[in-house]
Design a protein around this ligand. Sequence first.
Ligand code: CP
Ligand code: NVA
Length: 308
Amino acid sequence: MTGTPRHFLNIDDFTYDELRGMLDVAVELKARLHKGDRPLLLKDKSLAMIFERQSTRTRVSFDVGMRQLGGETIILTGQEMQLSREETLEDTARVMSRYVDAIMIRILSHADLLELAGASSVPVINGLTRRGHPCQVMADLMTFEEHRGSIRGANVAWVGDSNNVLHSWVNAAELFGCTLTIAVPEEYWPEKDLMDDIRKAGSAVRLIEDPDEAVTGADLVLTDTWVSMGDTDAAERRRVLKPYRVDTNLMARAKADALFMHCLPAHRGDEVTDEVLDGPQSVVFDEAENRLHAQKAILCWAFGIETV
Ligand code: CP
Ligand code: NVA
């Protein structure tokens, strides 16, 4: 590939129009797939996936998505690569760029992701770092709009820990014109990078401590695990975050037709109760399905295909 590769690293690297274009493609590819139409848009393309951490959804949806588009995948873990014997990310990127057409990586250090992308001559896709989970938020936006129409002007509430999924939501809120109210206990308020992005988002994003206040009048309630990959203080987090569990009482403060989303995996009984997760307002399995369609659109974009 010549020129600068089309990396997909952070939501805030993009304009609204670029992300909207990808979401339109995702919706179209989903409709076509459900009719049995599988356009081979990425025939003969290969995607290498490197997982430094566990994954179910990201791994399976990228693998299946790439195959549905006519491409091929290679799934690797950092542990089985020479990365675990101190080969640099830069050398790894330069070598892999000679073999494959794109790389998707899940790696905790965002700086490491940027290092890999900086040395890669093929597109690199962020499959989750501690800083962001942009593929997830594309699927979340798609899911909200599938159920409720445009997200512009919607009230979105985030309750619980402050983490990578939240960071990508903060970046999306301003671009997509929704308001995001975040309830996180002060002990776990965001570090500088996310705080800066919250400030930058201006009136689109508000950080508070009270979950009741955040959820009141919401069109969408979001939460995620209290213990993200890389967190080491699980017992303390469970203690501090207990008042932030999303249960039916909390959901009752949101609008009557509010949706509930969670990127999964869920820790039932911690951040969300069974009643909410399996209840009528929950769209978590649509959200998980939409990872497949949103990522197919991201892959197409990475290969320069912006309409289908
Ligand atoms: N939501 C998500 O990224 O799930 P996995 O960790 O299973 O990939
Ligand atoms: N915040 C979670 C998301 C998992 C998909 C984590 O980083 O572990």
